[in-house]
Each structure stands twice: as C-alpha cells, then as structure tokens.
Design a protein around this ligand. Structure first.
Ligand SMILES: C[S@@+](CC[C@H](N)C(=O)[O-])C[C@H]1O[C@@H](n2cnc3c(N)ncnc32)[C@H](O)[C@@H]1O
Length: 364
C-alpha cells in the first residue's frame, strides 16, 4: 500500500526520523517521492495511530486511494464536512468536481472546509476542530497521489501534556516534538534503555517512557532531579506507564560513575546562557570556548557506556551578519573516537529560538 506522509518544519529531519523509525523496527518501506512538504512511501499495513503518536516530525498519514473506486465517506451522517489539502501545485478542480458529484449521488449534504491560514492545506488542528476524521473525511493531494487521512499528529494532546505536568520551566524545556525526533533518530526501540545525561525537568525522558523505553537521567542540579522525579511519577500514573526510570544527581562529565551500560542516548545538553537576541561574534566565540571542554568530556564518557547510538544537540549561533558559528565537532569526534552518521549535522530551527541546533547522530 502507498501512503502520503506530510511534514511540518524541518522536512529533511522528519524524513530521516521516519526512515530510522522504520528501519529500527525492521519495517520494510520504499520511498516513492519526497518534497519539502510531504513524502510518499510504500508501507505494509501498520498501526498508524500508534506510529504517528511516536513520531515528532510527521503531521498526517494518508492512505493513497483510487477515488474513482473508493467510497469517500462511509459513515451514517447525512450532513458532513470534508477537506481537500493540497501539498503540491496540482490542479485540483477535477478532484473537487468529482467529490461534489459523489456526495450528491449519495444524497449527502457536504460542506468543503478550507484552511483559515490562507494555505492550500489544513493544519492537524483544523482537521481536528472540523472533526473531519470522525464525521467527514480529508483528502490529501500530493503530485499524482490522492490519499485519505487515516492518522493525525495531535497538537491538543501534546499541549495538554505540556501544560498539566506538575513541574514547569518553560524557557528551558525541550519541546515534545524535538524530544521525540531525537529519541527516534537514536534508533531506540521499545524496552531498551535510553539515557539523557542533561535531563533537566525530564521532558525527553517522559516522551521516551511513553514510547515504551526504560530511562536513565542525570542532571547536576538537585532541583532538576527532584522535578524530573515528580514529573515522571505524574506521567506513570496519568498515562499508566509501566517502564523503569532512574534519575541521579551528578556531573555528566563523569557519567560512567553512575551508569555502566545504556543502549541509546538522546540529549539536549547545556548550551550556554539563554540568549535573548542574536549574539555578537565575540559573545558566540566565548560561549563556544566554554562549552567545548564539557562536550569533549561528556562525549568521551559516552563512548565508554553506550552500546548503540548517541543523538546529541550542539548550538549553532546565528550572528547579525548572517554568519553561523558552532563547535568544532570534527575535532570533538576525533578526540572522543566517536563516529558521525553520514550527512551530519542536521539543522533544527524553531521560530521562537534565537539559536539554531545542530543534531548529531553518533555511534561508538
Ligand atoms: C537544556 S537543559 C536540558 C533539557 C532537558 N533535556 C529536558 O528534557 O527538558 C540542560 C540541563 O543540563 C544540566 N546540566 C548542565 N551541566 C551539566 C553537567 N555537567 N552534568 C549534568 N547536567 C548538567 C542543567 O542543570 C540543565 O537542567
């Protein structure tokens, strides 16, 4: 079967996340097409709801259909809503006319819903708000492919988790989307052990537990260790999670003192003081100089304890001049004797962040 998967920001990163997610679970696939907005994959029948709930970068999964031979709406309602989201410059006038005709022939009163954002496609929030997947349908059009949405990224569920967790530290917490992307890029699969050596309030660890992993966290701050423990206790109860977790207070520059072996690492380390505006070249160089020895010591320690892969973020400072400055990772890899996956680093950008992130996938 063929499926259209749509992405949000950072499409290349999202596609790599998807490929590693499938490979690490031995799920065979063929990539048939890819653009900035979407990809088409040949995939076996899977639990797509479960899959999208574990991915960070995929927004919609639509099963490719032949609209001439498929009933677009099979529910019992007589008054329905539907959407046609277009992810390429395909002319959809014929598709629209065809859908209208089919709705009429089934005696359905069907209302076409469009995006309020002057975009040719609906956001997952709009699809959810219009209740298209329960009380109607959404068609996804990408080049020659037409698909029907079968699974959606649920921003409301994510927001609820973010807003209701007991311990909050808004400016310092990694986003759930990015946390999931990092975990998946590591190749971590259910029941293995994942370490976050800079666990903060434990957001990444909590996502990993929801994805079926056992977790180990380290943070040098008592306050963070305590907050992580409270948040994890809350998560276990609220989501009925049965996975193992352990958080220790310590310096990750000597992390092999606290843990002997882990399968995977996914982490956003300390990346210098929070910056509110673009730094000057001098400021950026100063922060990078301070961070470099810490990164090196941590990487050397990770080399000792990690069995499989390490996914680690490094800062990339954008200057007023447009120039970018980052750590000399080649040197760090040489000195720690770790290997980077081909094509690294990938860049992650977030609209509100003054800093860009390099994502490195490493193996021992
Ligand atoms: C960017 S935050 C991590 C965010 C976290 N991954 C999350 O899921 O919310 C960085 C954390 O690293 C901790 N930290 C800084 N230096 C450290 C070190 N040498 N060893 C362990 N933790 C450290 C800080 O206390 C802070 O909580």
């Amino acid at each position: 079967m063929e499926y259209i998967l749509t992405f949000g920001r950072n499409p290349e990163l999202s596609l790599l996340e998807l490929k590693i997610f499938l490979n690490s679970r031995n799920i065979g696939f063929k990539l048939l097409d890819f653009s900035e907005l979407a990809a088409v994959l040949e995939l076996p029948e899977l639990d797509f709801e479960d899959m999208i709930s574990k991915l960070g970068g995929t927004l919609k999964i639509a099963r490719v259909i032949d609209i001439n031979n498929e009933e677009l709406y099979s529910g019992t309602g007589k008054k329905i809503k539907y959407g046609i989201s277009v992810y390429s410059d395909t002319d959809t006038s014929q598709i629209k006319a065809f859908v209208k005709k089919q709705m009429k022939s089934f005696r359905l009163k069907a209302m076409l819903k469009s995006s309020k954002r002057s975009l040719p496609f609906l956001s997952p929030t709009e699809v959810l708000n219009f209740r298209l997947t329960n009380e109607g349908f959404e068609l996804v059009v990408f080049k020659k492919y037409i698909g029907k949405t079968i699974a959606l990224y649920n921003p409301k569920e994510i927001e609820k988790r973010d807003l209701t967790r007991p311990k909050q530290r808004p400016k310092h917490m990694i986003s759930i989307r990015l946390a999931r992307i990092l975990i998946n890029l590591s190749g971590a699969v259910e029941d293995s052990v994942l370490l976050d050596p800079f666990c903060g309030y434990g957001i990444l660890l909590q996502e990993a537990m929801l994805m079926g992993l056992n977790v180990f966290g380290i943070d040098r701050s008592y306050e963070c260790v305590n907050a992580s423990e409270i948040n994890i206790r809350w998560l276990k109860k609220k989501y009925n999670v049965k996975k193992r977790s352990k958080i220790v207070r310590g310096d990750s520059q000597e992390l092999s003192k606290y843990i002997k072996k882990v399968d995977y690492v996914a982490t956003e380390p300390y990346m210098g003081p929070l910056i509110k505006k673009l730094p000057t070249k001098g400021e950026a160089i100063k922060i990078l100089k301070e961070l470099e020895p810490m990164y090196l010591r941590v990487l050397k320690e990770l080399k000792k304890v990690v069995r499989k892969n390490i996914v680690i973020i490094a800062p990339r400072f954008r200057l007023y001049t447009g120039q970018r400055l980052s750590l000399d990772f080649d040197k760090l890899l040489k000195e720690s004797r770790l290997k980077a996956m081909r094509g690294m680093p990938l860049i992650y950008t977030a609209p509100k962040s003054k800093m860009e992130r390099e994502i490195w996938i490493l193996s021992t």
